[in-house]
Each structure stands twice: as structure tokens, then as C-alpha cells.
Write a protein that binds this ligand. Structure first.
Ligand code: UD2
Ligand code: MN
Length: 574
């Protein structure tokens, strides 16, 4: 009875004490009860009801700042002149300065060239896992390993599940057991899948994708370098919608110096009507929204992320595409036409070595690139394919081989027409790359009035070369030029244009550079009256030559000078 009375008298106090004790337990930062109530990862914050996270690895970034040596911080480097002979040998088989690559650390540091807002960008705390797939054929040792090591070092380890290197029948010794042993010892997350024969990069990627177990497939070329925090920006759009494929910004690793630099700050991918990869300007609304992901019609091809589920729903790549070429169009058309989306993620940057020249010999005699292009055109492009064949009638003579599987993919996924793609996705492509080319202002030979035996001569030079010479006029192709409706001047049917990178009053060199149709350094006008070829917006500079040294250059216009006067074989007077 006494006990009961005591209880009745003090029960409120007891309740208060128990309540306070509970509050203390719950609030205590170290107590496990707290975790039971709200288990939360370190660094996760709630933004608009979403759990987000800063994925930067600040410790790793700090370590990088201490690294010293050639190529560190993404700087360019040079080889000791005593290595000139080795340099040439390595160049020949790789198409880039592979000997220099060997002097640069496999884990060299890079400078952060991302948009400043990328430093603060948070990503969803729950992201899918990724497999990196790298097809390679006779890749150089250090560039191949730098690809894998940079991907691994700069990715959160719980997100990168595996790195699959697919050896497309390489013949270099060190790509055999030595590579397996190296990976087992230094990078166990990576392994090599070997193909029995040269299958080409497309089927090599398919084979890698079949071996992958992660949620997202990330394809990389075998001479790339993944930069700071490259992975989360590729995964987030896929976490939001699995039918989104995501491309990083592709930076340039210089083929000669290994300098890591930006190509530009973003363009949308496209193609011209001969299937050359081209790029379109970023839309004004995307520009305002930088560095958020923006839609892009066509991927460059080598570097992108796609959910494994979506990839296989689309039937993967067409396995009938051989060796190299066309697969970037196939997959881009498929993604868009079959109800997906493609974006570029500016905060993910990956460098790529654009080779100086292609080192592999053509492995087969037949015209596989034309067949690849034609397979893609026949399956996906409907009536628009005629604009390719109009320019490349030769493609109509190659046998596409069986297309029924590919047509079935299109049918099964109830994919849109190509017209839909052109009107809704690549809506500004025709403005830049018209279905039918407008006529040239001038074309044919460019004959010197000062010495009519002499004509401008390409000497079969290519991209980056200096166009510097006159030759004895002839109807052969190296003397054929066009001044196009885009006001650029180029060797006939070439994709390289006369470019004056550094204008000066006397003898400025003319270089051949990829045509950009953006006027500026590539703008030319012909005045049939004075016969002068003006450079730029009548800036007062003209194409000139020396009939004795046979040099060609740009100099201040002088209407009295006969070396500045030229005769085209054909001038459109309309
Ligand atoms: C571009 C793409 C490339 C691919 C190609 C068109 C970028 C940066 N690169 O050419 O990924 O889309 O256009 O098909 O967007 N390889 C093989 N077997 C072969 C030939 C190549 O495994 O028979 C490997 C090669 O080692 C490399 C990759 O495939 O890792 C791409 O080849 P590439 O670097 O010669 O192509 P690239 O960059 O000129
Ligand atoms: Mn490449």
C-alpha cells in the first residue's frame, strides 16, 4: 500500500526523468541509439528533399599537389634530344609521342579546368555502380595503363566496380602476360578479356559489355585520362532516368607534348552528310544553365556512359559493324529515336589523345567503313539516307549484308522516324549542314596572274600543315580548290580550310585547319574585278605569292601588285 502511494505521488517526476534520459541518449553524438533512429552517411545533406553528397576526394587532391616531374599538373613536356630516334620509332606505331608518355607518371596530376561551379556541385548520394570498358588494339603500355589508373584513382571506389580491358587481338608482347601480372599486382579491379581474332572496336565493346556486372557501362578509348571527379556527373543523369546516355567533355591530351587542355567549353554533337563528325553551338538556354548537363544529338563515340539495361534493350551495338566507324551514329540515333535521351555533362572531363595519324594498317581488303555507314543509314535514316548516297554514290555498291536483326530492334522498341529525330533533336543541323550544298563562289584551279604557268598547289598536305607553295598548273586534284558558300577556301572536297592563325602585314603563313564555317580565321572573298583574294572582312590583307621562291602567304593588299592577282577556273557570278 505504501509503495502504491509513493508511486502515485512521484509518477510525474519519474516520467520526466525517463523522458530527459531518453533525450540525452538520442542527442548524444556518439551513441548508437542515434544511428538506430537516423542512420546517415557522412557528408550527406538534404537538398529539396533529395539526399546529396560532395564526392570530391580532398585527400587525393592534396597528394596530387605534391607530385613533381614531367607532365605533372597536366603540363606539356618534351623529350631529351638524345631520344629522338626512339621517339620516331614509337611515333610510327602509335601515331603519337608514346616515348614521351613513358617519361610521365601513370598517375600524373592534372589541373582542374572545370567550370568553377563544378567544385561545389553535389550529386545524389545514391548512385548506380559502374563498369569501365576499354577496347584496345596494340595500344601503347603507358597510355593504356594511364587510362585505367586515372579512372580508378579519381573515382569513388564504391561506385567503380570493375575495369574491363578488351584486347582486340593485339600483337605486342607486353600486352599479354606482362599486362595481366601488372594488373593483378597493382590494379586488381581491372582485368583483360582477350578476343581470339581482330573483331574491331565495336564487337570488342560488345564483348566487354557482356562481361560487365555493374549497373552502368562506361566506354573509354584506350588512350584517355579521367580528370577530377569524373564519375558522379556521368552517373547522376542515369540515376534520374535510366534511358539517358551521358557523355563527358572530351579534352585534348596533345599527341606531341601530352599537355592536357580543353578542346572548348562545350558544343553539341552532329554530323555532316558524308558522316564526318561535326559539332553545333550550345543553345542559349543551355549556356545560361552551365555547367548542368545539356542535350546533344550525337556522341563523339569513344567516351560515354549508358545504363546496361538500356544498352541491351537497344540490342547493344549492331554486331555487323566492323573494325571502326559508324557506331557513334548508330547508338546516338537509337538512343534518341527509341525514347531515350543523350546529354553532355560539363563537370565530367576526360582527356583523349587525338592521334597525329592512324597507325594501324587496314586489316581487311573490303570497304568496311562504307558498309558500316550504309548499315546505319539503311536501318535508321529513312528517306534522309539519300543525302549521304548523293555525295558518296560508292556506298551504294557495298553489300550491307543481313539487316533483319537491326530492323527488328527498331520495330520492337517502337522507335521514332528519322524525320522526328531531325525535327526534334537535331533541329538546327540542316542550317549548318544543308541537305543540298549551296553552290561555290569559285572553284577549280587558282592561277597566278603574275606567272600564268603557276597555280596554288596543295602538295597533298593535310591538317596542321602549312600551305606554302605554287606549282606548275595541272588539272590534277592537288590543284583543285573551292571558295565555298561559307566563304571558306579549301582544297576540293576537303574538310581542311585555309586558315591564317596569326595575321601580320608581311607574309603571314596560311595553314590547313579543320573547316569550322565560323568565318574569322577562315574567311575569304574573291573580287573578280581586281582578281584579288581577300582574307577576312576586307581587313586589308590578301593572298600573295613569290613567283621565284614559289611561296604562298598573306600580305597587306596592294592593288598594284601582280602577285596578288589570281584567276579561278570557275566563278559564280549570280
Ligand atoms: C573516334 C572515337 C572512337 C570511335 C571511332 C569511330 C573518340 C574520342 N574516339 O575515333 O571511340 O567511336 O571514332 O568508330 O570519340 N580499337 C580496337 N580494334 C580496332 C580498332 C580500334 O580495339 O580494330 C580500339 C582502339 O585501340 C581505341 C578504340 O578502339 O581504344 C578507338 O579507336 P581509335 O582511337 O583509333 O578511334 P578514334 O579516336 O580515332
Ligand atoms: Mn581514340
Amino acid at each position: 500500500m505504501r509503495l502504491k502511494r509513493l508511486w502515485v505521488r512521484h509518477r510525474e517526476k519519474v516520467a520526466v526523468v525517463i523522458f530527459l534520459a531518453l533525450v540525452i541518449v538520442v542527442m548524444s553524438p556518439s551513441h548508437t541509439f542515434r544511428d538506430l533512429i537516423k542512420r546517415e552517411e557522412e557528408g550527406v545533406v538534404h537538398v529539396d528533399g533529395l539526399r546529396k553528397k560532395d564526392y570530391h576526394d580532398y585527400n587525393y587532391l592534396k597528394i596530387e599537389t605534391l607530385q613533381k616531374g614531367p607532365g605533372e599538373n597536366g603540363m606539356g613536356a618534351t623529350l631529351d634530344p638524345s631520344l629522338e630516334k626512339e621517339k620516331d620509332e614509337f611515333y610510327k606505331v602509335n601515331g603519337f609521342n608514346a616515348r614521351l608518355s613513358d617519361e610521365i607518371a601513370l598517375n600524373r596530376s592534372l589541373k582542374d579546368i572545370r567550370h568553377p561551379k563544378c567544385k561545389e556541385r553535389l550529386y545524389l548520394a545514391d548512385l548506380p555502380t559502374a563498369a569501365v570498358i576499354v577496347p584496345f588494339h596494340n595500344e601503347h603500355w603507358s597510355t593504356l595503363l594511364r587510362t585505367a589508373i586515372s579512372a580508378y584513382n579519381r573515382a569513388p571506389s564504391h561506385l567503380l566496380r570493375e575495369i574491363i580491358l578488351v584486347d582486340d587481338a593485339s600483337t605486342k608482347d607486353f600486352l599479354g602476360k606482362k599486362l595481366d601480372d601488372y594488373l593483378a599486382k597493382h590494379l586488381p579491379i581491372a582485368r583483360v578479356v582477350r578476343l581470339p581474332d581482330r573483331w574491331g572496336l565495336i564487337r570488342a565493346r560488345l564483348e566487354g559489355a557482356k562481361h560487365a556486372t555493374a549497373d552502368v557501362l562506361i566506354f573509354l578509348d584506350s588512350h584517355t585520362e579521367c580528370a577530377i571527379n569524373w564519375l558522379p556527373p556521368l552517373l547522376e543523369p542515369i540515376a534520374i532516368d535510366y534511358k539517358t546516355a551521358v557523355c563527358p567533355f572530351i579534352d585534348v591530351v596533345d599527341f606531341e607534348t601530352f599537355e592536357y587542355r580543353a578542346q572548348d567549353e562545350g558544343r553539341r554533337g552532329a554530323f555532316d552528310w558524308e558522316f564526318y563528325y561535326k559539332r553545333l553551338p550550345v543553345l542559349p538556354e543551355d549556356e545560361k544553365n552551365m555547367p548542368e548537363p545539356f542535350k546533344s544529338p550525337i556522341m563523339a563515340g569513344g567516351l560515354f556512359a549508358i545504363s546496361s539495361q538500356f544498352f541491351w534493350e537497344l540490342g547493344g551495338y549492331d554486331p555487323g559493324l566492323d573494325i571502326w566507324g559508324g557506331e557513334q551514329y548508330e547508338l546516338s540515333f537509337k538512343v534518341w529515336q527509341c525514347h531515350g535521351m543523350m546529354v553532355d555533362a560539363p563537370c565530367s572531363r576526360i582527356g583523349h589523345i587525338y592521334r597525329k595519324f592512324a597507325p594501324f594498317p587496314n586489316p581487311r581488303k573490303d570497304n568496311f567503313v562504307a558498309r558500316n555507314y550504309r548499315r546505319v543509314a539503311e536501318v535508321w535514316m529513312d528517306e534522309y539516307k539519300q543525302y549521304l548516297y548523293m555525295r558518296q554514290p560508292g556506298w551504294l555498291t557495298v553489300d550491307t549484308k543481313d539487316l533483319s536483326e537491326q530492323l527488328a530492334v527498331r520495330e520492337r522498341n517502337k522507335c521514332h522516324s528519322f524525320k522526328w529525330f531531325m525535327e526534334n533533336v537535331a533541329f538546327d543541323l540542316i542550317k549548318h549542314y544543308p541537305l543540298i550544298e549551296p553552290p561555290d563562289y569559285c572553284n577549280g584551279t587558282i592561277q597566278s596572274v603574275a606567272d600564268p604557268k603557276l597555280c596554288v598547289d596543295t602538295k597533298m598536305k593535310g591538317q596542321f600543315d602549312r600551305l606554302d607553295s605554287l606549282g606548275e598548273c595541272s588539272p590534277s586534284s592537288q590543284f583543285q580548290f573551292q571558295l565555298t558558300a561559307y566563304k571558306d577556301l579549301r582544297p576540293l572536297k576537303s574538310h581542311n580550310c585555309f586558315d591564317v592563325p596569326e595575321l601580320k602585314d608581311d607574309r603571314a603563313p596560311v595553314l590547313l585547319f579543320g573547316c569550322h564555317k565560323g568565318l574569322g580565321n577562315q574567311m575569304w572573298k574573291y573580287d573578280p574585278e581586281s582578281q584579288m583574294i581577300h582574307f577576312g572582312h576586307y581587313s586589308g590583307h590578301c593572298l600573295d605569292c613569290s613567283t621565284s621562291t614559289l611561296e604562298v602567304y598573306v600580305t597587306r593588299c596592294d592593288p598594284t601588285s601582280s602577285t596578288q592577282r589570281w584567276r579561278w577556273s570557275y566563278v559564280n557570278n549570280e
